[in-house]
Write a protein that binds this ligand. Sequence first.
Ligand code: C2E
Ligand code: MG
Ligand code: MG
Length: 438
Amino acid sequence: MIPPAPPADTTLRAQSPGDSAREDLLRFLDREAAVAQATDGRLAVLLVELRRVDRLQALLKGPPAAITISLVLERLRPALRPDDRLAALSEEQVCIVLPRLSHPTQAVLAAVKCLRALDRPIAHEGGTAVLRPCVGIATVPENAADPAKLLMAADVARRIAGTREEGYHVFQSDDSIEAEVYHGLDIDLQRAIRANELEVHYQPQVDLHTGAPVAAEALLRWRHPTSGQIPPATVVGIAESTGIIGSLTFWVLNAVLRNAASLAKEGITPRFSVNLSTRALVDAELPEIVEQALGTWNVPPEHITLEITESTMIGDAERSMAMLTRLKGAGVQLSIDDFGTGYSSLAYLKRFPVDELKIDKLFVSGLLSDRGDHKIVRSVIDLAHNFELRAVAEGVEEEATRAELARMGCDLVQGYLVSRPLSDRDFRAWWSAMENGR
Ligand code: C2E
Ligand code: MG
Ligand code: MG
C-alpha cells in the first residue's frame, strides 16, 4: 500500500540538527521513495554541504551548531516547494528531499536556488561569514530506488560538486571511481600542505619588444608519494571541494613571495604571476591574506600579478568587482587568464581594474594554421592595447609563432619555446644566464 503524502502543515518543519528532525526526514524519504517506486514517479535527494561553517560558528555566541543550522535552514526554506522537506544531517550537511518531481531538471533548479540562497553573506550579531555551499543530487529512478543507496549516491555527487565551478553535481554511474580517488587524495593534500610537500615551479615570460625576461608564472606542483605528479587543476579541485583552498592559496603565495624576497637579494626582481581559483577569489579574507603575505616577505605589491579566469569574474560580477577593487587597492596587478575562452564583454573590461590579458594557448597554438585563431589573437591584442592593458601570449612553442606575435605587437610571451616551468633553483640559474647573455 502506498503511504499517504504528509499533510502540508507538517512539511519543512526540521529546525535543528537534533536527532528527531533527522529521523523524521529519513522516514519521509523512505516513504516517498516507496511511493516513487510504486508509481513510476520521481524523487530527488539533495545533500548540501556547508563548507566553512566553522567560520560562521566562530562568529556566533550561544549554542553554535543549533544557531548556525537554523540560520541556514531559514535561508533554504523559501527556495523550496511546500511539500519538500529538509533537515540537518550534521553541523555541516543539510539533506533535502524533493518528492513527486515531474522532471529531473527540477532537482537541478532546486539545487541552484539553494546555492543562490546561501551565497549571500550570513550576518549574526555584527559579524558576517560567507558559506561555500555545494550540492550533490541523486534521483529515483535514475540513480537508485533504495533510500540508503540514494543517500550514498548524493554523497558521492556532493564531493564532486565541490570541485565544480557551478557548485552542484548530479550523480552519474561512473562517479564513484572519481570520488574514491578524491577521497584518498584530500587527506593526503592536507598533510602535504602541512608538511611542505608541494612545490611551485616558475615559467618565465619574456618581453617581445626587448627580448628581456620580465616575469614568471607560478605553477603548483605536487608529487604524490604513490600516485606521482597530480595535475594542478586536480589539486585545486580537491582543495576547493574540501574547503582548504584558502590554505592552499596562502601556501602558494608565501612560497612565491619567499622566493621573490630571496631572489631580490641577488638583484633579480621579476614580476610573479599567481593563479587564483574561482573559490579563492570569493573568499572575503583574500585581500588580507595577500597583504599579510606581502608584508611578511617585504615584497613590493606591484611585483605580484594575480591571475583570474573570465568565468570567475562573470559568475557574480558585482562580488568579483568588489573583490578585484580591494585587491587592486593592495597594490597588486591583475590579469585575466585564458582570455577568449569565456564570455568577457567589453563592458566588463571597462569596469574591472585589470592590467593584463593572457591569450589562451588554444588560440596561440592555432595562430599560424587557423585563420579564425589568428583573428582572435589579433583582436585580443588590439583589445588589450585599446584598454591600455598588457597582452601576454601563453603556450608559445615555436619560433614562427613568437615572430608573428612580435609582428602583431603582443607584449609578452610565455611557453615551452622560452622555457618549461622550472624549479626555483633552475629558474634562478635560467634568469641569471639570460641577464648575463644580454
Ligand atoms: P594556466 O594558468 O593557464 O597555466 C598555463 C599552463 O600551460 C601550465 O600548465 C603550463 O605548464 C602550460 N604551458 C605553458 N607553456 C606551454 C606550452 O608552450 N605548451 C603547452 N602545451 N602548455 C604550456 P599546468 O602547470 O599544468 O597548469 C594548468 C592549470 O592549473 C593552470 O593553467 C592553472 O589554471 C592551474 N594552476 C596551476 N597552478 C595553480 C595554483 O597555484 N593555483 C591555482 N588556483 N591554479 C593553478
Ligand atoms: Mg595562469
Ligand atoms: Mg592560462
